[in-house]
Every structure is written in structure tokens, then in C-alpha cells.
Design a protein around this ligand. Structure first.
Ligand code: HEM
Length: 164
């Protein structure tokens, strides 16, 4: 059961990460195409995002969540991993917004954006893989007090933004 769930998790995350890494290169081709080839590229980009990358992300999260309970991984490195996965989800949503905008008439996708999106995605994936494979023993004593106290975030926010 654990082995199968982990296999599904890993297969799905490979597809998810591959999709996020390939999309900026697809968007970058937009500026050199016109007419039917451009519509074809648009259709292809939508298929990659909607039919492949997004279902793979969903499956990764479902299998990963099941693994937390199957493997009892209630650890600090896992909490940090989930923060990094949150960053990957933000990049995923960003790719969706770019997909909606970049094929509008007169729009393009600059090379620096392609570079930034690819480098950012690679960086976040690297952090996740390091956390999950090295499982660093992060000392809870080094974490701020509000992270260790139930309701600590609320108290912190109330201190930062006092409500009338
Ligand atoms: C909400 C999303 C996710 C959750 C809840 C989650 C949770 C988990 C859990 C509980 C395990 C088992 C850990 C163990 O057996 O010690 C695991 C394994 C793994 N996860 Fe995730 N994960 C998520 C997303 C990701 C992503 C996005 C990546 C990579 C980019 C990733 C990479 C891995 C790898 C490589 C393993 C195998 C580690 C090993 O067997 O030592 N996970 N995940």
C-alpha cells in the first residue's frame, strides 16, 4: 500500500514538475508564430496545462497527503516541505494566468520571463527534493515562539495589526 502510494506520488510529481518546466519554453515560442501555427501552439499549451500538468499536481497532492498518514511523517522538515510545495502551487497558478494572457493579440513572452520562471521552478523543486531526501533534523528550538504556540500566528497578527 505504502509502496504503491509512493510510486503514484513520484510518477505524478515527475509529470507535474516536467509540465511546469516546459510551459515557459512553450510560451516563449509565441512571439515567432503567426496565424494557424500560433493557434496550434495555443491549443497545445492549453492541453499541457489543463489535461496533463494540473491533474498531475492534483494527484501528487492527494497521494502525498495519504503518505503523511500512512508513514506518520509529522516532522519539521515535512512542514517546511509543505511550505515549499505551496510555493510550487503559486508558480503553477501563475503559469495558468500567463496562459490566459500570453496568447491575446499583441502579447509576447520575453526571454527574461522564461528564464525567471524556469530558474524559479527549478529552485523550488530543488528545495523540495533536498528536504524530502535529506530529511534535515531541524531543531524546533531555533524556530520563532509564535510558530510553536497554538494560536501563535493569530496573536502575532494582532500585535502587528491591532484591531479596534
Ligand atoms: C502537498 C503536496 C505533497 C505532500 C503532502 C507530500 C508528502 C510526502 C510524504 C508524506 C512522503 C513520504 C515521506 C517518507 O516516506 O519519508 C513523500 C515522499 C516524497 N515526496 Fe512528496 N509530498 C508532496 C509534494 C511533493 C513534491 C511537489 C515533490 C517534488 C517536487 C515531492 C517529492 C517527494 C519525493 C522525492 C518523495 C520520496 C522520498 C523518499 O522516499 O525518501 N513531494 N511526500
Amino acid at each position: 500500500m505504502i509502496a504503491w502510494t509512493k510510486a503514484i506520488h513520484i510518477a505524478a510529481l515527475i509529470v507535474w514538475c516536467a509540465g511546469l518546466l516546459v510551459l515557459p519554453s512553450i510560451y516563449a515560442q509565441r512571439k515567432v508564430l503567426r496565424g494557424p501555427p500560433l493557434h496550434e501552439l495555443h491549443r497545445f499549451a492549453r492541453a499541457v496545462f489543463i489535461n496533463v500538468t494540473s491533474p498531475a499536481a492534483f494527484l501528487t497532492v492527494i497521494a502525498g497527503t495519504a503518505l503523511i498518514f500512512l508513514r506518520d511523517v509529522f516532522t519539521v522538515w515535512m512542514a517546511f516541505k509543505l511550505v515549499a510545495v505551496g510555493a510550487l502551487a503559486v508558480l503553477h497558478i501563475r503559469q495558468g494566468y500567463v496562459l490566459l494572457a500570453v496568447f491575446e493579440p499583441g502579447r509576447s513572452y520575453a526571454m527574461w520571463r522564461q528564464f525567471l520562471a524556469t530558474a524559479g521552478t527549478l529552485g523550488v523543486i530543488g528545495v523540495i527534493l533536498w528536504l524530502v531526501l535529506a530529511k534535515p533534523p531541524i531543531e524546533t528550538a531555533r524556530l520563532p515562539e509564535w510558530l510553536l504556540t497554538p494560536g501563535g500566528l493569530q496573536s502575532l497578527l494582532e500585535t502587528i495589526m491591532p484591531m479596534p
